[in-house]
Design a protein around this ligand. Sequence first.
Ligand SMILES: Nc1ncnc2[nH]cnc12
Ligand SMILES: [Zn+2]
Length: 458
Amino acid sequence: MKKLPCVCGVREVIPRTPSMTFEGKSDFLANIAEIHYASAAVRLLSALSIKSLPNNADRIFTGPPKKDCILVDFVRLQSQSLSHYIQAEHFSPPPHRDIWYNCEQHVHLEGCLVPELLFALALRNNVNLPSTDGLYTSVASYSAYLSRNDAFQDLDAFLSLYYTGLSVLQTQQDYHDLAMVYFRQAAQDNVRHAEVFFDPQAHTSRGVAYETILAGFKSACTEAQTHLGISSKLIMCFLRHVPAADAIEHYYTARPDLLNGSIAGIGLDSSEKGYPPELFQGVYALALKDEVRRTAHAGEEVGPHVVVSSLDKLHVERIDHGRTIPQDLELLSRMAREGIMVTLCPLSNLKLQGVKSIDQLPVRVFLDAGVKFSINCDDPAYFGGFILDNYCVVQEAFNLTAEDWRQICKASIEGSWCDGTRKRTLLEELEVVIDAFNKHSLEGVTGEDQLKDQASVR
Ligand SMILES: Nc1ncnc2[nH]cnc12
Ligand SMILES: [Zn+2]
């Protein structure tokens, strides 16, 4: 059997030869020469229940994948048995991979605190992570951490883990590093414009200055633009479980940045049950008066009435999640009529038990009803993947056509808060990739040819 030159942690598999197969775990591990990219290595070892690195793969690299490597879908590795996964037919990339040219509007930067950064920052800042629930037992307890991620009962169970981990974030550099985890992956996933959430109250309540958080995130946005070509906007979210007066106080602290565009708008997140949108009418009225952009999480765990209240009482321009919208047919047609975009987060809804399977999400319903929506990753460090993983699971569940994807990618650009010039550029670029895809399809290029093309580009 051919020796693998290297294994990389991304979500698609490019076989060196279409016939390459492995007999099982031990064969697979025996043929890894190097594991490249720490997060992937950690996930791989965890997926295979391996406690330490195999002898012949004792070098772990960080940074972008090398060209000469085998790319492995670690996300699927976690959910399927290795023997199932390594069948040759699972080695082809999704057919529409090339036109997944996208914008993302629903990702929490705090939700990008991947285990390797979490534990590195705990060391860097001398933070003792709690071990009472057996979760953070040592700086090497990645597998405990990952297995916890697979067992969230609901949103609040996840949020308790999410807020606990934030204690490692202390300096401007920490916030910069956190945001760069997202932007680096986004660049690999073909994200061209990203609107990213952050929760200032979750940090100021621990004594971190608002200015520290903002400076770290802003410098990462600048780096993403300069080095990765990704434009971005910051959206500050208010925490529903914290009294609304605190949201108003934070609004005034951030107001100069909201008015000068350093922060593009406001959002509302955290526990949905028991904290109706009405509680936050005051702060949203301030934003409306200041002509500051507004969005809110609604319809993630609770029914469509919270979406209606968010529209009517908070005057939001977008709905984050909106999974339950189709339960109210009048609301469904209103969303289409008023062109209000929904930022769906498939893997998040799956992991937090909102749906039993991805095909229960309203992807086809929204497409047919003309509701604009984008596909997003929410908290990728916790839910098993970044944006492309979400695109992959949607494709698997709904078997969408190139035209469906065109509609989704177009909506994700049109529903963004970037200016008209940037939108036009992105829309033009999208048409170029779709034209190339259609031309390829007409010419009858086979999946295998596309695979070869992609492998040679890398
Ligand atoms: N999925 C989610 N819902 C509500 N608040 C959040 N904060 C981070 N992720 C969230
Ligand atoms: Zn969210």
